[in-house]
Ligand binder design. Structure first.
Ligand code: DAH
Length: 343
């Protein structure tokens, strides 16, 4: 029995000594486990109590409990102390210096396509046009039929698209907006319509199945081809600089008569001829013409009284020229390294 008493005292002394080394909650826990844990020193002494007599057992039991209570109290004290210390350390460490400049989240920038669209819209707003937008899921009659492109017309093949059914498709051009506008509003009209259009083209450096156009429409009494040329020349100079000229080439669009394709002085070489314009000195940017009389009457506007011109600008082409972008895919990949250059 005195052996056990001695070992209990020894354990208590060892514990007190070890206690002095405790510096943090991890070492306190280690200490608890090595004395009070399942395989701890006190626990193993208690296991030997089975060998004691009935009189000895309560005496040693009491002494062992005292040692246990002593250790538990000490551990509780140290736990509190350590916790306080750790807290004050943490407070010191995490002190906030409100004078340090903050990390400002990087501000984004406008997409070059939107920049080009805005620049173009600005020019026409300055000429007194208003902006109209229409649906990308369009009716066949607006996209084709009322623009004089009936079923079976070859122009449908060159603008092959995505059909939902016989009557509904993803618009291949913004020209349908001409009809939508003239059905609702009567002349004088001066409207500009930006938007996405779709064609089943494969993606390469110059083609994309989704791209953007800006449609223009002017209808009034006495509107002439001269007005069209003057407006487009002004547009070209505002966008690409005073030296820019336009060149008209005869073309065919079913909804205009006469129809032209319009080239601008090459923005890369100024007209001398280079790789960008394939030595032409000119770059094609838009289609235009005088609104076909039948298109006017399709919308209830008398072609004997009114005339108009229309044009369709390719936005990607224009943006690529304006900002020196040589691959259309860069406009859709949204690589931040590319987009950042337009800040
Ligand atoms: N919609 C035509 C296209 O996508 C472009 C166009 C040509 C629009 C002549 C017009 C126009 O308004 O008058 O190829």
């Amino acid at each position: 029995m005195s052996d056990m008493r001695e070992s209990l005292n020894g354990i208590r002394e060892d514990f007190d000594k070890a206690m002095e080394m405790v510096k943090d909650s991890a070492s306190a826990e280690q200490l608890r486990v090595s004395f009070l844990g399942k395989k701890g020193k006190l626990t193993s002494v208690l296991r030997e109590m089975g060998g004691l007599s009935a009189e000895e057992r309560p005496v040693i039991g009491k002494a062992a409990n005292e040692v246990r209570t002593h250790m538990e109290n000490k551990l509780a004290d140290i736990a509190m102390k350590v916790k306080e210390e750790e807290k004050s350390h943490k407070l010191k460490r995490e002190v906030i210096d409100v004078t340090i400049p903050s990390d400002i989240p990087g501000a984004g920038s406008r997409h070059p396509l939107n920049m080009a669209i805005n620049e173009i819209l600005d020019i026409f707003l300055g000429l007194g046009y208003s902006i109209a937008e229409g649906p990308e899921v369009e009716l066949d009659k607006y996209n084709f039929e009322l623009l004089r492109i009936p079923e079976g017309h070859p122009a449908r093949d060159t603008q092959d698209t995505f059909y939902f059914n016989d009557k509904v498709l993803l618009r291949t051009q913004t020209s349908g907006m001409q009809i939508r506008i003239m059905e609702k509003q009567k002349p004088p009209l001066k409207v500009i319509c930006p938007g996405k259009v779709y064609r089943s083209d494969a993606l390469d450096a110059t083609h994309s199945p989704v791209f953007h156009q800006i449609e223009g429409l002017v209808v009034d009494k006495g509107v002439t081809m001269g007005d069209l040329v003057g407006s487009l020349r002004l547009f070209a100079k505002k966008l690409f600089g005073e030296k820019t000229e336009i060149r008209l080439r005869p073309h065919h669009f079913p909804f205009t008569e006469p129809s032209v394709e319009v080239d601008l002085t090459c923005w890369s070489c100024g007209g001398r001829g280079c790789r960008v314009c394939k030595n032409e000195g000119w770059i094609e940017v838009l289609g235009a013409g005088m609104v076909h009389p039948e298109v006017l009457s399709n919308c209830g506007i008398d072609p004997e009284v009114y005339s108009g011109f229309a044009f369709g600008i390719g936005v990607e082409r224009t943006a690529m020229g304006r900002y020196g972008i040589d691959d259309i895919r860069l406009l859709y990949e949204n690589d931040v390294r590319f987009l950042e250059q337009f800040k």
